[in-house]
Write a protein that binds this ligand. Structure first.
Ligand SMILES: Nc1ncnc2c1ncn2[C@@H]1O[C@H](COP(=O)(O)OP(=O)(O)OP(=O)(O)O)[C@@H](O)[C@H]1O
Length: 249
C-alpha cells in the first residue's frame, strides 16, 4: 500500500483556489520532490498531506498508523537562550540518550550533541532538525525547503544525507525545493506544480518537459548531470499535456 495517496485534491484558502485536481501517490522508499514557482502551492500541498490544511475537495489517504517526520524550512532560536542539541531533541517529549545519539548519527552530525543550538552552522542546524524528524523512525519524511540558506555544496551534501537516510530506514521522502538541479538529481520522481500538476516523472523527463521549461527555462540540464544516479525509468509517467501557456497566467 502507498504511504499516501492524494486523490482529486483541491484547496481553497480565503477566496483563492490554491490547488486543484491534484493526484499523487508516494510509495515506501521513494524520494519525490515538488518543484514549482513561488506561490504555486507546494507548501500548501505539503501542509495538506500532514493534515495542517483542510481540503475543499478530494481526499488524502494515509497508510493507517503512518509515522511522519517533518523537517521545517528554518527554526528561529533565540541566540541568548542556552539550549544544547541534546536538550533540543528532548523537546517536547523526552527521548533516551541512545536514541538521540542514533538519530544524530543518522543525520550525519553525531559530534554536535553537546553543542549549543545557537552555535551550529546552517548545515549542522538543518541536520539537527533532520535528526529530530528521525527520532520516531518515520515511514514518511517530509522536508519543506529544508536547505534554505545553505550554499549549493551544503545543499547537495544535505540531499545526499537524505538519500542515505532513505536507504538505511527505507522511508519514503517528500520534499519541496527551489534548488531545482540539486534536488531533482537526488529524486526518484519530480512533480512540477503550478496550482495543479503540470508534469511529473523522472528528473530528466521533467527537466525536458515543455511545461517545466515554460516555468523554469532550460538551464538545469547540465547541473542535473552533477548528481545523476541510476534509476529504473521504466515506469515514468508521461507528461500528458503541454501547459506552456500557463507560465503567463
Ligand atoms: N492562509 C492563507 N490564506 C490565503 N491565501 C494563502 C494562505 N496561505 C497561502 N496562501 C496563498 O496560497 C498560494 C500558495 O502558497 P504556498 O506557500 O503553498 O506556495 P509555495 O509554492 O510553497 O510558494 P513559495 O515557493 O514561495 O514558498 C500563495 O499565493 C499564498 O499567498
Amino acid at each position: 500500500m502507498s504511504l499516501i495517496s492524494v486523490r482529486d485534491l483541491s484547496v481553497t484558502l480565503g477566496h483563492s483556489r490554491i490547488l486543484h485536481d491534484i493526484n499523487l501517490t508516494l510509495d515506501p522508499g521513494e524520494i519525490v520532490t515538488l518543484v514549482g514557482p513561488n506561490g504555486s502551492g507546494k507548501s500548501t500541498l505539503v501542509r495538506a498531506v500532514i493534515g495542517a490544511v483542510q481540503s475543499t475537495r478530494g481526499q488524502i489517504i494515509r497508510r493507517p498508523g503512518l509515522r511522519i517526520g517533518y523537517v521545517p524550512q528554518k527554526l528561529h532560536i533565540d541566540p541568548t537562550l542556552p539550549l544544547t542539541v541534546m536538550r533540543f531533541l528532548n523537546l517536547p517529549k523526552r527521548v533516551s540518550t541512545v536514541r538521540a545519539e542514533q538519530a544524530l548519527a543518522q543525520a550525519g552530525v553525531e559530534a554536535v550533541a553537546r553543542r549549543q543550538m545557537a552555535d551550529l552552522s546552517g548545515g549542522q542546524l538543518q541536520r539537527v532538525l533532520l535528526a529530530r524528524a528521525l527520532l520516531d523512525e518515520p515511514e514518511l519524511l517530509i522536508l519543506d525547503e529544508a536547505t534554505q540558506g545553505l550554499d549549493q555544496p551544503g545543499s547537495a551534501a544535505f540531499y545526499q544525507q537524505i538519500e542515505t537516510v532513505r536507504s538505511e530506514l527505507g522511508c519514503g521522502v517528500l520534499m519541496v525545493s527551489h534548488e531545482l538541479h540539486v534536488v531533482m538529481a537526488a529524486s526518484d520522481r519530480v512533480i512540477c506544480l503550478n496550482g495543479h500538476v503540470c508534469c511529473e516523472g523522472a528528473p530528466e523527463h521533467v527537466a525536458s518537459a515543455p511545461a517545466y521549461r515554460a516555468l523554469f527555462g532550460t538551464g538545469t540540464q547540465g547541473a542535473l548531470a552533477l548528481y545523476r544516479h541510476q534509476h529504473d525509468h521504466a515506469h515514468d509517467d508521461e507528461c500528458e499535456h503541454d501547459h506552456a501557456h500557463e507560465a503567463a497566467e
